[in-house]
Ligand binder design. Structure first.
Ligand SMILES: NC(=O)c1ccc[n+]([C@@H]2O[C@H](COP(=O)([O-])OP(=O)(O)OC[C@H]3O[C@@H](n4cnc5c(N)ncnc54)[C@H](O)[C@@H]3O)[C@@H](O)[C@H]2O)c1
Length: 445
C-alpha cells in the first residue's frame, strides 16, 4: 500500500468474478474486508478459505481469511461496521435486451437502510451513463443523508481481463483505474482508496464520464471484433488466409491493434454492455448504429461456423443430420472457466436443430447448459467428455470454438476425420492439415 494511505474497513457487495479479486486485493494491501453476497454457499466457501474464482490465488485467499483480513457474510448489517462500500453485482439484460438494474437497485436499498455519515459508496458494476446519479443516488438519499455532503458516491469501472492473471500479468492491483465522483471530494476519497491497491488512478469529472468510459472500452472491442469477423468472411470467399493478414498487419508498430475473428462474442461484457448504452441512447432520440451493426455481424458467426461444418461434412459425403459433432472449448474465451453467453452455446443449439448428435469437451467447464430459447426449446445440460483418441475417432467432425492452450490440437487433427477450427487453434499443427477447415481462410480444394 502506498505510504500514508489509511487502512480502513471496506465492504464488497457481490463476490463474483469482479468482487472477489477486488476484495482479496483490498485485504492484501492491509484493509479489513467483509464481502457481502446473497449466495450462502459462496459465503461459506470464503469463510473456510476456499477460492472459487480462477483469477484469485487459493493460497492468498486462505491466508487472508485465516489472518482475519477477509471474511464474508450474507448479512447487510455488516455495512454498519465499514467506512467504504463497493457494489460489484451483476448487470445482465432482460429477455428483450433491456438493462436489468434490479441487482444494483437491491444492493443500493440494502446500503440505504444502513447508510451512515462518512460512508463512501463506489459502484463498479458495468452500466449505462447516468446510473450512479439517476438510480443509485436517489435510493441512497432515502436514508435522509445527502450525497456529496453526508456521504460520498462515485463510479469506478472494473477492467478485469479474465484469464490474463499470470499470463499477460494484468490484475486488479496493477491495472490503472478510472474514477468519477459526484463531487471533487467524492472523487478524491474514492481515488485514495483505489490508489491503495497500487495502480495509477485517472480522475474524471463525473460518474457518468467514468460510466461512459467503460462503455467506450467494451464497444471498441465489440466493433473491432465485428470488423475482423466481416473481413474474415470476405477473405474466405477470396481464398485469402485472414490469419496471415492479421499477423502481417500487426507488424505495424503504430495505428493498428490486432483483433481476431471467431465463432462470436461471449461472456458477461461484450455481448451485454453495448446494449446498455444503445438502450439509454434512445431516450435522447439517438440510434447507436455501430453497436447494432457489430451485434448483427458477431451474432451471425455461430451460424457461419455451422455452415462450415455442413460444408466440411458434405465433402465427406455426409449431412449434418445424424452426424456426430464434438465441440471443443465452450468457455467464452481461452483459458477461462466462464461459459456465460458463450458462442459455443448457439453453435450447439444450431447443430442440434439440424439433427446432429452433439457432445463437447472443455477442460475448464465440466458441465454446460444450452437451450430454453427460440433456437432450441428444450433445456439440456451436457457433461464434458474426456478428449481421448477414441472419443475423437468416433466423431464425424470436431469443431474448435474456443482455443484453450492446454488442449492437444495435434491429437485432434490426427484422429478426427474433419476439424472445423474457428479460432486458428490448429495454427501450429503440421500433419493432417488437409482435414482442417479454418474460419477466415480458404476452404481446402
Ligand atoms: N466478469 C468480468 O470479466 C467483468 C469485467 C468487468 C466488469 N464486469 C461487471 O462487473 C459486474 C459483476 O460481474 P461479475 O462477472 O463479477 O458477476 P458474477 O455473477 O460473477 O458475480 C456477482 C455476485 O453478486 C452476487 N449478488 C447478486 N445480487 C446480490 C445482492 N443483491 N447482494 C449481494 N450480492 C449479490 C451474486 O451472488 C454473485 O456472487 C457486472 O456489472 C459486470 O458487467 C465484469
Amino acid at each position: 500500500m502506498a505510504e500514508g494511505t489509511e487502512r480502513i474497513r471496506v465492504a464488497v457487495i457481490g463476490l463474483g468474478y469482479v468482487g472477489l479479486p477486488l476484495a482479496t486485493a483490498l485485504a492484501a494491501v492491509g484493509h479489513t474486508v467483509v464481502g457481502v453476497d446473497v449466495n450462502a454457499e459462496r459465503v461459506r466457501q470464503i469463510n473456510q478459505g476456499q477460492n472459487y474464482i480462477p483469477d484469485v490465488s487459493d493460497e492468498e485467499l486462505a491466508e487472508l481469511v485465516a489472518a482475519g483480513r477477509l471474511r464474508a457474510t450474507t448479512d447487510y448489517e455488516a455495512l454498519r461496521e465499514v467506512e467504504a462500500i463497493f457494489i460489484c453485482v451483476p448487470t445482465p439484460l432482460d429477455a428483450m435486451r433491456a438493462p436489468d438494474l434490479s441487482y444494483i437497485v437491491k444492493a443500493s436499498e440494502g446500503i440505504a437502510r444502513r447508510l451512515q455519515p462518512g460512508h463512501l459508496v463506489i459502484l463498479q458494476s458495468t452500466t449505462y451513463p447516468g446510473t450512479t446519479e439517476e438510480v443509485v443516488l436517489p435510493i441512497l438519499e432515502r436514508s435522509g443523508l445527502k450525497a456529496g455532503v453526508d456521504f460520498n458516491l462515485a463510479f469506478s469501472p472494473e477492467r478485469l481481463d479474465p484469464g490474463q492473471t499470470g499470463s499477460k500479468g494484468w490484475n486488479v492491483a496493477n491495472t490503472p483505474k478510472v474514477v468519477g465522483g459526484l463531487t471533487p471530494q467524492c472523487t478524491e476519497r474514492a481515488a485514495d482508496l483505489l490508489a491503495s491497491l497500487g495502480a495509477p488512478v485517472h480522475l474524471v469529472s463525473a460518474p457518468r464520464v467514468a460510466e461512459m468510459t467503460k462503455m467506450l472500452e467494451n464497444i471498441y472491442r465489440s466493433v473491432n471484433i465485428a470488423l475482423v469477423n466481416e473481413l474474415a468472411l470476405l477473405a474466405e470467399r477470396m481464398q485469402i488466409d485472414f490469419w496471415e493478414v492479421i499477423e502481417a498487419a500487426r507488424t505495424k508498430p503504430f495505428g493498428f491493434m490486432p483483433f481476431y475473428p471467431g465463432a462470436g462474442v461471449g461472456g458477461h461484457c461484450i455481448p451485454v454492455d453495448p446494449y446498455y448504452l444503445s438502450w439509454k441512447a434512445r431516450e435522447y432520440d439517438f440510434y447507436t448504429k455501430f453497436i447494432e451493426l457489430a451485434a448483427e455481424v458477431n451474432q451471425a458467426m455461430p451460424f457461419h461456423v455451422v455452415e462450415l461444418i455442413g460444408q466440411g461434412l458434405g465433402r465427406h459425403g455426409r449431412a449434418l443430420r445424424d452426424a456426430r459433432v464434438l465441440v471443443v472449448g465452450v468457455a467464452f474465451k481461452a483459458d477461462v472457466d466462464d461459459a456465460r453467453n458463450s458462442p459455443a452455446q448457439r453453435v450447439m443449439e444450431l447443430l442440434l436443430t439440424r439433427g446432429a448428435h452433439v457432445a463437447y469437451h472443455d477442460p475448464y467447464v465440466p458441465q454446460f447448459s444450452i437451450g430454453g430459447n427460440v433456437f432450441y426449446r428444450e433445456k439440456r445440460t451436457f457433461q464434458s467428455l474426456p478428449l481421448t483418441d477414441q472419443v475423437i475417432r468416433q466423431q464425424d467432425c470436431v469443431v474448435i470454438v474456443t482455443g484453450h492452450h492446454s488442449v492437444d490440437y495435434g491429437r485432434i487433427v490426427r484422429w478426427a476425420p474433419l476439424v472445423v477450427d474457428s479460432c486458428n487453434a490448429t495454427a501450429r499443427v503440421r500433419n493432417g492439415r488437409e482435414k482442417i477447415i479454418r474460419l477466415g481462410t480458404a476452404l481446402p480444394r
